[in-house]
Design a protein. Structure first.
Length: 107
């Protein structure tokens, strides 16, 4: 399954990165690039929508955690929204749900 990433601008300072497909070592750099692009702008609130991501490996999770750290350094709130049940389970097992501000709602 190929990866699709759509960056959407929202209300003042808000942006969303909508991800579709499996995130793994072969394409995690695409996600990193999209997140870095958002963080390079004037964003204050960044949502990563994983509703259409059935699988994410450790490399993809590392990209999300790294982006959360870079966002915190810039006082940007990063939130991972609507992860599928199996993705949410893995994030929970790894103990990164609080760090990623996991939300069941879309923005």
């Amino acid at each position: 399954m190929s990866l699709s990433i759509d960056i959407r601008s929202g209300a003042a300072g808000a942006a969303s990165v909508v991800v579709s497909g499996e995130v793994d070592v072969s394409n995690a750099d695409e996600l990193r690039t999209a997140l870095d692009q958002c963080l390079a702008g004037d964003v204050t609130d960044l949502t990563v929508d994983l509703a259409e991501v059935p699988y994410i490996d450790s490399t993809g999770i590392g990209v999300l955690v790294g982006a959360a750290h870079r966002a915190a350094e810039k006082n940007v709130r990063l939130e991972v929204a609507r992860p599928q049940r199996n993705v949410a389970r893995v994030l929970g097992l790894l103990g990164v749900t609080a760090e990623l501000n996991i939300s069941e709602d879309a923005r």
